[in-house]
Design a protein around this ligand. Sequence first.
Ligand SMILES: Nc1ncnc2c1ncn2[C@@H]1O[C@H](COP(=O)(O)OP(=O)(O)OP(=O)(O)O)[C@@H](O)[C@H]1O
Ligand SMILES: [Mg+2]
Length: 259
Amino acid sequence: MDSHRHNAPLGTIADAIVLSHVTKTFRGERGAEVTAIRDVSLAIPAGQFVAIVGESGSGKSTLMHCAAGLTTPTTGYVALAGTNLSALSSAKRSRFRSQHVGFIFQDYNLVSSLTVSQNIELPSRITPRLQLTADTATVLSSVGLAHRAQHLPHELSGGEQQRVAIARVLAAQPTVVFADEPTSALDLGNSELILGHLRQLASRGSTVVMVTHDIDAAIRADRAVVMAHAGTVDDIWRPGRDQLISRVMSAQQMRQSAR
Ligand SMILES: Nc1ncnc2c1ncn2[C@@H]1O[C@H](COP(=O)(O)OP(=O)(O)OP(=O)(O)O)[C@@H](O)[C@H]1O
Ligand SMILES: [Mg+2]
């Protein structure tokens, strides 16, 4: 067992992601402080597919960035796959991420100077020990992009670029996958395709965390965590559509009445 686990105040050895009392405060250039998440604790078991939902500005992306080790919490503790991220230097944290974490992010998905194929092969080039579980042609064809292997990212539409990012995760099958709005640039058919892939990743043992405003995407997850005013306010197992809409709406109303 990893020694860092002994300090874990929350979660069990089967948890792929543990956040304990995590607060993240940003200080703006003019000195104003914003607390994006406050005292959040969350444990996600290995192989679970979790959706994080909630109104704009509620802290979803910040929570995901802290969980992925892209942002250091102001206070609190984050463990990924049994490793305490706070105990790692920034260089070690970035090596850990390249070995264990896959990202499907809308803004900075792909390296612009590399072709679609090279982008998919990138994780295994950066981390030679990382074995790709499927070949590039197979994963590209599974997201409907077999014919675009030699193109550069700027030659693809936004939704196509997003599907390349998903193909890269499918090829590497990382321990943990973080997806921020993975269906936002996709039509209905491609959304279904991608949600099916995320589900399959989870059934093969990856832990999948998806931030989304898309309720129809969120109800495909095993569990939905609802966020409002910088905290988690609800945690629903196998959410139904109407149930989730009403919980998200009531979280939003709670905030409006508190203003
Ligand atoms: N680098 C930053 N500096 C200052 N404030 C920030 C920074 N990043 C986020 N925030 C603030 O923290 C709060 C939460 O932001 P976050 O991006 O986590 O929200 P979100 O739930 O992902 O929203 P959306 O659904 O719009 O993407 C917001 O009020 C935002 O303005
Ligand atoms: Mg966001």
